[in-house]
Design a protein around this ligand. Structure first.
Ligand code: AHG
Ligand code: MN
Ligand code: MN
Length: 343
């Protein structure tokens, strides 16, 4: 008996699995493809939980504080556990770093199994959870360098330009999976009717210049003179140079950078002066800034600290923070000019 739905998946377009299978050049051995598929699958479980959080008592904080000194949310911990189990199951991952875990986690005691190191921010923008705002998951994949526990630090503390794949999932009005494994960036939208990610944004290119800047303006008085002057410039009216830029800030890096990727402009989280704890900003290099920087660069944009390319930074700590200016190439270059004293 037929249901009349046969072939529906094909009619619906290219699924994530189909897309990864078709690209034999980027995924010659199938391992990276399997890893990305597993991240995609796990994100569907998280998407469902995000959707149901208010109904299953998963809102609010646990009362615990993470290594960053931030309140942990139920959803942060739950999602971390789900991702850890999912990565372990693949037997392709040797070590994992997460915002929610103080130390890297090794799946096998001697660290001999698995070719990859995965860094994750399980729930990015978690302050948005309780107000039904957009959150995301960020992931970064590097190849391990050696074997055994002695190699852990060198495996994990690799520059962003060593990433072999990175991306994010955005749990917004629809759930979107965006990844790059080099050269191109592709976006998929979760089709709830078939439970599959379907290619909706092939080969994303970020506009060369945009009209939006995104930053927590409430920190203005703690910024350096250069940062304040750059933001003053962007918000000052001048028809000839297309100003003022509009200001948008979701407070979830995934959502702010996703908009930047599609519409152009820039997202910043600069360092602060005055000796506070945000001298290097707030965002973490390994599992927030490097993966998002990689995606934006592969789409033709730029990712900078203001004085240095993000992907060239040699990490020194697992939870290291760095200042970020990320987005359209011309807009990032413009802000860099302020840091160089050229404006
Ligand atoms: P996380 O929820 O993973 O700790 O990340 C929050 C980050 C990032 O998503 C966002 O851009 C930024 O924090 C917002 O910080 P402010 O509230 O200081 O603007
Ligand atoms: Mn985050
Ligand atoms: Mn987080």
């Amino acid at each position: 008996m037929t249901t009349g739905n046969e072939g529906q998946m094909i009619d619906k377009g290219i699924t994530l699995a189909r897309h990864l299978l078709d690209d034999r050049q980027k995924f010659p051995d199938g391992e990276l493809r399997a890893l990305l598929l597993q991240i995609g699958l796990t994100s569907k479980v998280i998407a469902h939980e995000v959707n149901q959080a208010a109904l299953v008592g998963r809102l609010g904080t646990t009362g615990e504080v993470n290594i960053q000194g931030e309140q942990m949310k139920h959803l942060d911990l739950w999602s971390n556990e789900v991702l850890v189990n999912a990565m372990k199951e693949t037997r392709l991952v040797c070590t994992m770093v997460s915002e929610e875990m103080e130390e890297p986690l090794h799946f096998d005691r001697n660290c001999l199994d698995g070719s990859y190191v995965v860094c994750i921010d399980p729930v990015d923008g978690s302050s948005n959870i309780d107000v039904n705002g957009t959150v995301g998951t960020i992931f970064s994949v590097r190849r391990r360098r050696g074997q055994g526990r002695d190699h852990v630090a060198t495996d994990v503390l690799q520059k962003g330009n060593e990433q072999v794949a990175a991306g994010y999932v955005m749990y917004g009005p629809s759930t979107v999976f965006v990844y790059s494994a080099g050269r191109e960036v592709h976006g998929f939208t979760l089709d709830q009717t078939i439970g599959e990610y379907v290619l909706s944004h092939p080969a994303i290119r970020i506009p060369q210049r945009g009209k939006i800047y995104s930053v927590n303006q409430g920190n203005y008085h703690r910024w350096s003179e250069q940062t304040r002057r750059a933001v003053d410039y962007l918000s000052a009216p001048d028809k000839a140079t297309g100003r003022p830029y509009s200001h948008r800030y979701v407070g979830s890096m995934v959502a702010d950078i996703h908009r930047t990727l599609i519409e152009g402009g820039l997202f910043m989280y600069p360092g602060e002066v005055g000796g506070g704890r945000k001298a290097s900003g707030k965002l973490r290099l390994l599992y927030e800034v490097a993966p998002m920087g990689y995606v934006v660069e592969q789409a033709g944009g730029r990712a900078s600290t203001g004085t240095e390319r993000i992907l060239d930074i040699q990490p020194s700590e697992y939870h290291q923070r760095v200042p970020v200016i990320i987005g359209s190439a011309d807009d990032v270059a413009l802000v860099e000019e302020f840091y160089r004293g050229q404006r």
